[in-house]
Design a protein around this ligand. Structure first.
Ligand code: 5AD
Ligand code: FES
Length: 352
């Protein structure tokens, strides 16, 4: 009886903004299996998204500038141990040409994303960052290039980088070990995120939903970690197996659970910038639209040259690898409008 009462109260306590323990989050996630609970939280998440952002959706132009990576994360299609990837690097000119194309399409944030590729030394990166910021002073620049030293992060920040995306992937030590080789450390990844915050970046953390071995307890720890870090951005999407990884035969993450977590995160961090991810759109043809309805307010389409897109395959069947940026932009407008939102030409900085 006492236990039933606890589950019934958990949603109310969450909506009232009570401070949650791991046990509370597990109970909330269990409660989320009930479609009515899910709907209730979705409505609240939508109300909050509208309160802070109205119907605006921010777009970020993703430039996948290198698919070389020195890491070997077990889930990732472009990890160094996969010999069957056609590797590419974009030159500075090619990167700037992606920005030019994107600027014309209304993008005011560029995201430089890549594997951890030692070819791009700090000096090279600083040069690229400066060039982008000089050519596009009204745009925000986001980096998503993995774990670096605090000193490197400082140099990129001084060169003009505004934001940094580094998903923590899982906040649980044992689970982290299941997903990454020995040489990678969760503690280091977390430290990077705190360093980035201290350096004044707008920071994004996040994780995959349904990655191999993930339990409700792990997800509860992810939520607790987000609460502790208080990032300006959170990226989550379903895990999707890649055929050339050791997780090829694993199940993909659940779309409904991803949507539920988007709502939970919107309620927990009401002003957060929350993308409806490409992975969500890959698992469900209307995944991104559903994500917006669950509380997301950002979409990150691809600005990479069309000929490289299919080679940046973190997981199988990734969408939008055959389109030009301009085609994507139009398709996205229609999709976003179908759920009562509209895309804005704006940097879309975090609300303070
Ligand atoms: N399925 C879904 N997401 C993945 N990522 C990497 N591999 C996969 C996969 N197989 C995510 C990771 C990474 C982000 C760039 O993409 O969370 O941080
Ligand atoms: Fe890329 Fe639709 S968003 S084709």
């Amino acid at each position: 009886m006492e236990k039933e009462q606890y589950s019934a109260d958990i949603v109310v306590r969450f909506l009232e903004g009570e401070s949650f323990s791991k046990r509370d989050f597990v109970a909330l996630l269990e409660a989320g299996k009930n479609p009515e609970t899910c709907k209730l939280l979705q409505e609240e998440a939508l109300r909050l998204r509208k309160k802070y952002y109205g119907d605006k959706v921010y777009i970020r132009g993703l430039i996948e500038f290198t698919n070389y990576c020195k890491n070997n994360c077990y889930y990732c299609g472009i990890r160094r141990g996969n010999p069957n990837v056609k590797r590419y690097r974009l030159s500075e000119e090619e990167i700037l040409s992606c920005c030019k194309n994107g600027y014309g399409l209304g993008f005011r944030t560029f995201v430089l994303q890549g594997g951890e590729d030692p070819f791009y030394t700090d000096d090279r990166l600083v040069h690229i960052i400066r060039q982008i910021k000089e050519n596009y002073p009204d745009c925000a620049l986001t980096l998503s290039i993995g774990e670096k030293s605090k000193e490197s992060y400082r140099r990129f920040r001084e060169a003009g980088a505004d934001r940094y995306l580094l998903r923590h992937e899982t906040a649980n030590e044992e689970h982290y070990r299941m997903l990454h080789p020995e040489e990678m450390r969760l503690a280091n990844r977390k430290q990077c995120l705190f360093d980035l915050k201290k350096l004044g970046y707008q920071v994004g953390a996040g994780f995959m939903v349904g990655s191999p071995g993930q339990t409700m307890e792990h997800l509860a720890e992810d939520l607790l970690f987000l609460k502790e870090l208080e990032p300006e951005m959170v990226g989550i999407g379903p895990f999707i197996p890649h055929h050339e990884t050791q997780f090829a035969g694993e199940k993909a993450g659940d779309v409904e659970l991803t949507l539920f977590l988007l709502s939970v995160i919107r309620i927990m961090l009401p002003k957060v910038l929350l993308p409806a991810t490409t992975a969500l759109g890959t698992m469900d043809v209307r995944g991104r639209e559903k994500g917006l309805l669950a509380g997301a307010n950002v979409i990150m389409p691809n600005l990479s040259p069309k000929e490289n897109r299919k080679d940046y395959e973190l997981y199988d069947n990734k969408i939008c690898t055959g389109e030009e940026a301009a085609e994507c932009r139009q398709c996205l407008s229609r999709r976003v409008e179908s759920v009562g939102c509209h895309i804005v030409t704006d940097r879309g900085d975090a609300l303070s």
